[in-house]
Design a protein around this ligand. Structure first.
Ligand SMILES: [Zn+2]
Length: 338
């Protein structure tokens, strides 16, 4: 069958109408798409920022839609279900990671943009084991970003084991960061947002931050010494990491989900300065965590602050993301596909 999409045919080119052939395998579902997100990562894939993009590229690694057809071995997903799809396309289901429900570490996995065509399309065929039913309460464009951005911060936050009442920090308050603030707040933590964009302050307080600190102010950061149980950085900027490590309590962890452009360097003694501090990193999350997050988001009314645009405005949307004009989450309404 043929799928209609928009694709970048060569690195550096704009999006153009594109059609590709695919088949529905025994474990696959055919989903007619309603919404997909466009994030900084998608735009970076379009320009081959990481060097591993496969062209033609159909961008977007988060999408919502409705199941139209299913393969003979598909369990738990029915025709007509409203579903969400994220970055991971497949795994081997046999390795040491797959067998313990950590499919995101499978060495045979495929992911969108590198291994397959994404969600900026009329439809998609996807392995049903990486397709998730979306609760009625979350069936709206503000929740599309839960599928990859939300999962990434949720899994990273769980690894940091934050407990209710703990003091935690979120560095960088874009798409990932504003979801991290909400999740940590609903887990009962006291959340400090670190941002250089102080005009976002009132919005950040509204979604669950207790205070906002200027991430570039050396003086402000000095006052944070030994205060935080956990800090998650979603920033791609190169910041004074020593100051953030010093801001941790003796057993605190600094978790990177955003990847700074420059090498991260700091004196190792900061980890052991009357302390046992840790530096952690994280990569997406497992299907089990995805289901957990959807339930958690439903119970706690977590959703992104999204701007929604028709697919006809896609080139302007990409230009705005490139120029840092987009705010938290950007979603494309795919219902008027031509
Ligand atoms: Zn595996």
């Amino acid at each position: 069958m043929k799928i209609q999409a928009l694709a970048v045919l060569k690195s550096g080119e704009g999006l153009k109408p594109f059609e590709y052939d695919t088949e529905i395998g025994v474990n696959d579902v055919l989903v007619t798409l309603k919404y997909c997100s466009m994030a900084r990562g998608d735009v970076r894939f379009m320009s081959n920022f990481w060097g591993d993009t496969n062209f033609p590229l159909v961008p977007s690694s988060e999408m919502f839609g409705v199941v139209e057809q299913k393969g003979s071995d598909v369990k738990d997903i029915e025709i007509g279900d409203y579903v969400g799809i994220g970055y991971q396309m497949s795994s081997c289901h046999e390795c040491e990671y797959c067998l313990v429900g950590k499919e995101q570490f499978c060495h045979s996995q495929k992911v969108l943009a590198v291994g397959g065509f994404g969600g900026l399309a009329k439809q998609i065929v996807f392995d049903s084991r990486f397709v998730f039913k979306i609760p009625t309460e979350l069936q709206n464009p503000n929740c599309v970003s839960l599928m990859c951005s939300g999962l990434t911060v949720y899994s990273a936050i769980k690894r940091g084991s934050p407990q209710s009442g703990m003091k935690v920090g979120v560095v960088g308050v874009g798409n990932l960061g504003h979801l991290a603030i909400q999740i940590l707040n609903k887990m009962g933590c006291k959340v400090t947002a670190f941002s250089h964009i102080l005009d976002k302050q009132s919005e950040l307080l509204k979604i669950g931050a207790e205070e906002v600190i200027d991430s570039t102010s050396t003086d402000a950061l000095k006052n944070c010494k030994n205060q935080f149980d956990f800090i998650i950085s979603t920033s791609s900027k190169s910041l004074e990491w020593s100051q953030y490590i010093s801001a941790l309590k003796p057993l605190g962890n600094l978790m990177f989900v955003g990847l700074p452009e420059k090498e991260v360097s700091f004196p190792a003694e900061l980890l052991a300065d009357y302390a046992q501090r840790g530096i952690l990193g994280s990569y997406i999350g497992s299907p089990t965590e995805m289901r957990e997050l959807l339930e958690f988001a439903k119970q706690n009314s977590i959703s992104a602050v999204a701007n929604v645009y028709p697919v006809s405005e896609i080139n302007q949307v990409v230009a705005d993301i490139n120029e840092n004009k987009s705010n938290f989450s950007t979603v494309i309404d795919l219902s008027n596909w031509k």
